[in-house]
Design a protein around this ligand. Structure first.
Ligand SMILES: [Zn+2]
Ligand SMILES: [Zn+2]
Length: 257
């Protein structure tokens, strides 16, 4: 990336951030006045916004008989987690990767609309706070999924880090930004057939500082989960290096494997 392109990208991001402070607070989706990122009506309309009740607690996959569980009885594991358990222990999904959230995530990532990160991050923060209250469990550290150096230079920011900031505030936990890196530029998972994504991720992460994660509960944060191979690979790497527990907090999951 040339210096000029990078400067232009930073200028765009700064302009976006500035307008966020100058404009009155509005719902991202319907523009109604709202103190939060979404007004109450739009928030209630998100698919499964109320939590993980009809999702596999381990991987967040939507279970077929949605609505069969109440807060008093936790949902069972999905078939895949039973036959091929991932290294992570728990996954909390805010909503489906579907309209209207999908367009907002794309605006954030591909058009560098950084003010969206704080708004979307506040949805993650609300989910995290609700889960902490229900379960009585709080992670030791947040770990936004690292980007490769190439991707970071191209995009100018890591959307997972930006989304994690409001979560760090609400849980009062620090982010680990140097404990783990993405060692390989694997290309966009979304461009590969589903069958090749798992192989594509193998060995993609490395832990740089084992002491930071040993015996810790890490909350991994990402924007989108599709097959789950990225999060599987990252959790396996963290567990190999001594992490005690790995949970995922993801803004949106595609409805199908
Ligand atoms: Zn609204
Ligand atoms: Zn599952």
């Amino acid at each position: 990336m040339t210096g000029l392109r990078r400067l232009r990208r930073i200028a765009t991001a700064l302009a976006g951030s500035l307008s966020h402070f100058l404009l009155p607070s509005q719902c991202l989706l319907c523009s109604a006045g709202s103190r939060g990122a979404l007004c109450a009506q739009c928030r209630d309309a998100l698919p499964l916004a109320s939590g993980n009740l009809a999702r596999c607690p381990r991987c967040g996959l939507k279970l077929e008989s949605a609505g069969a569980w109440t807060p008093a009885t936790s949902a069972p594991l999905c078939g895949q987690c039973q036959s091929d358990p991932p290294a992570f222990d728990h996954t909390l999904i805010v909503t489906d990767y579907a309209p209207p959230i999908d367009a907002l995530i794309q605006d954030l990532k591909f058009r560098a609309r950084l003010p969206l990160a704080r708004a979307l991050g506040s949805l993650l923060a609300d989910s995290a706070a609700g889960h902490a209250q229900r379960s009585g469990e709080r992670p030791d550290f947040l770990l936004p999924v690292p980007l490769s150096r190439e991707r970071l230079e191209g995009r100018g920011f890591n959307q997972a880090v930006e989304l994690a900031r409001p979560v760090a505030d609400v849980l009062n936990r620090p982010m680990l930004l140097t404990a783990c890196v993405r060692t390989r530029h694997t290309g966009a998972q979304a461009e590969l057939p589903l069958s090749e994504r798992r192989v594509n991720m193998r060995g993609a992460f490395a832990v740089c500082d084992r002491k930071l994660i040993e015996n810790q509960h890490l909350l991994v944060i990402d924007d989108v989960m599709t097959t789950g191979h990225t999060l599987r690979e990252l959790a396996a790497c963290l567990k190999r290096h001594g992490a005690a527990r790995v949970s995922n907090l993801v803004l949106a999951r595609t409805p199908l494997h």
